[in-house]
Design a protein around this ligand. Structure first.
Ligand code: MN3
Length: 325
């Protein structure tokens, strides 16, 4: 019996000493990670994202990551810009060291690319396409464009709503990773196209010969956190933050608009002198519509709207949709 009493006593001492150690550990744990999580979860700033040394830089954003909410979430925008976009420029800078591309501009790189330059093509495309994408988004964007580009959209798609519907559908239905674009093609007509991977309309190998005006990133990294598999919803939401002022500016700088060809098709104009002639075309075209107005004796102000309605029926936009399905 004496032996059992001693054994019980020893076991009690061991039990309580173990329990004591356990309690000390439990008390220590919760006080540590609370502050650590808050520090880790804080977003970095756009201005802190810098490319490694090389020919090309991160050109920054005109807004912070959270500014695109509630449309695009801050986490996706941050990861997209500070990891994916940054990755492309760093890879590109590395890939072109001691190659002919090292001293070229991006547009020259796209013009000179060979089909075998896959890595440079993917990373130069990724860098350019993302720069283009961020510029065409703004927390103050959305609504509808104004000016000549709106006239061109109505001329080539029938209406802004028809254009939007086509752009969203084409973006939603595109298979795999790539980009959807609004471009002005070689005839000056607006078209919606898609490109695979990080290809873009400036690449000679694509034979598109278009000038890009607007693009949408169709890679899952651009939307999956917030929209999951609902790419149509993502494309629709994109229209709430499109920076139409910027798109419109790009359109105004295009040299081969249809109006210009009408007035001066025999003359090859330099790119610097193209904006002014276009305005002259509008004044030339107006008299064609005006006589009808005079006969009816209606107000003067509605003339431009009536003028836009005439070519609407010539370009039924939905015909193009089937090309991309
Ligand atoms: Mn992307």
């Amino acid at each position: 019996m004496k032996f059992f009493k001693i054994l019980t006593f020893v076991l009690c001492i061991v039990f309580f000493s173990c329990k004591k150690n356990t309690l000390v550990e439990v008390v220590d744990v919760p006080s540590v990670p609370i502050e650590a999580v808050e520090v880790e979860g804080g977003s970095s700033k756009v201005s802190e994202v810098k490319a490694n040394e090389g020919s090309f830089k991160m050109i920054g954003l005109a807004y912070e990551y959270k500014d695109l909410e509630p449309y695009f979430d801050a986490a996706t925008t941050e990861i997209h810009y500070s990891r994916h976009h940054l990755g492309y420029v760093n890879n590109l800078n590395k890939l072109i060291i001691d190659k002919k591309y090292e001293v070229m501009s991006l547009s020259d790189i796209f013009r000179n690319l060979n089909a075998s330059d896959t890595d440079i093509r993917n990373n130069a495309g990724g860098y350019y396409n993302h720069n283009f994408f961020w510029e065409n988004i703004s927390p103050k964007g959305g609504a509808e464009p104004e000016g000549d580009i709106m006239g061109a959209i109505i001329r080539d798609f029938g209406s802004f709503d028809a254009f939007r519907s086509q752009f969203v559908t084409i973006s939603a239905q595109y298979f795999g990773s790539g980009w959807s674009w609004l471009i002005s093609d070689k005839t000056g007509k607006l078209r919606i196209i898609t490109t695979p991977n990080n290809d873009n309309p400036l690449m000679r190998t694509l034979n598109i010969n278009g000038i890009p005006l607007l693009n949408l990133d169709l890679w899952e990294h651009a939307y999956y956190l917030k929209f999951q598999n609902k790419r149509r919803e993502y494309a629709n939401t994109f229209f709430s933050i499109i920076n139409w002022k910027n798109v419109s500016k790009k359109y105004d700088e295009i040299p081969n608009k249809i109006e210009i060809k009408v007035i001066d098709s025999a003359v090859s104009l330099g790119s610097d002198s193209l904006v002014k002639p276009k305005k002259e075309v509008i004044t030339v075209k107006k008299p064609e519509i005006t006589p009808k107005k005079v006969e009816v004796k209606t107000e003067e102000k509605p003339k431009p709207e009536d003028k836009k309605e005439v070519p609407e029926k010539k370009y039924p936009g939905k015909e193009e949709e089937s090309e991309f399905e």
